[in-house]
Design a protein around this ligand. Structure first.
Ligand code: ZN
Length: 293
């Protein structure tokens, strides 16, 4: 009899221990965020501009307009702090461009501090493409490993600057920066499509916005978020399936948008590269920062 009572007590105790462990896991975030899931944030560092939709989407009527801004993304994991793109630095070159008005600009590392993340904590930066508004800020994050498509890198440092090459949107100093990162051993070149570069993070070759631009599919604890970056400039492009005005291959651009809808049928989780609407669609967690998931 006493043996039966003792074993009954033991099983009650075991249950209590299991409940306690589940409680601990839930409250420490272990359950909600495993090592291959991330919290995803959009960070605005250049405030909005307004333009005709026809300047962004081939075939759009003149009456339609879009609101743009400059964005990079934060993927906050248990072990890694990852940026998708790095923003840019205001300098005498970029300042000459009307989009990059210093009055509406926050340096990317300063924007990140609003999330209590110092630049030195950034472990990785996935560069979707090397236009200066996406790669120019890499020097602010000296410990980060940089991930880039190999063919995009090769074009950026080579053929872009040859006769008939396309270097508009590139900054020569960014070429020097990325070559330095490479010789320091911090550049990781990705070769190909649908590659899981880190647990829970897969990159896809994009739409020829640059020679081999890429986009990123990220696991969160509940969904997958597809960060298109400039492989879709605006929701307008996605909603109307219209290519942007800057691509090597407009039909490839539309094909990639079709593929993105297959990868993430919930289009609210496909995030374009320059659409200010993002900052009203998702909850703000700090000034100019929204949590997508
Ligand atoms: Zn851009």
């Amino acid at each position: 009899m006493s043996i039966i009572i003792e074993s009954a007590n033991l099983s009650v105790m075991k249950k209590k221990v299991v409940i306690f462990i589940v409680f601990l896991c839930l409250h420490s975030g272990i359950y909600s965020q495993s090592s291959n899931t991330y919290e995803v944030y959009a960070i605005q560092f250049g405030q909005p501009w307004f333009a005709k939709a026809s300047e962004a989407a081939v075939g759009a009527p003149d009456k339609d307009s879009i609101e743009g801004c400059n964005i990079f993304w934060l993927l906050k994991g248990r072990e890694k702090i990852i940026l998708v793109d790095a923003g840019f630095l205001i300098n005498e070159y970029t300042n000459a461009d009307h989009y990059w008005d210093s009055h509406n600009y926050t340096r990317p590392d300063s924007a990140l501090i609003r999330m209590n993340i110092p630049a030195s904590a950034v472990t990785d930066i996935i560069i979707t493409h090397p236009h200066s508004d996406h790669i120019g800020g890499i020097g602010l994050f000296p410990k980060a490993t940089i991930w880039m498509q190999q063919d995009d890198y090769n074009y950026f440092v080579g053929a872009a600057w040859q006769k008939n090459g396309r270097s508009d949107g590139f900054d020569k100093r960014d070429v020097q920066q990325i070559v330095s990162v490479n010789v320091e051993g911090r550049l990781h070149l990705v070769k190909g499509d649908s590659i899981e570069i880190m647990p829970g993070i897969r990159v896809f070759i994009g739409s020829k916005h640059t020679w081999e631009s890429q986009y990123v599919l990220v696991n969160t604890s509940t969904d997958k978020v597809l960060i298109a970056s400039d492989n879709i400039w605006y929701y307008y492009n996605l909603d109307h399936m219209l290519p942007i005005t800057y691509t090597f291959d407009p039909s490839a651009y539309v094909q990639q948008m079709k593929r993105m809808k297959i990868l993430q049928p919930n289009t609210s989780l496909i995030i374009p590269g320059h659409d200010a609407i993002i900052f009203s669609r998702f909850p703000e967690v700090a000034k100019g920062i929204v949590k997508i998931r």
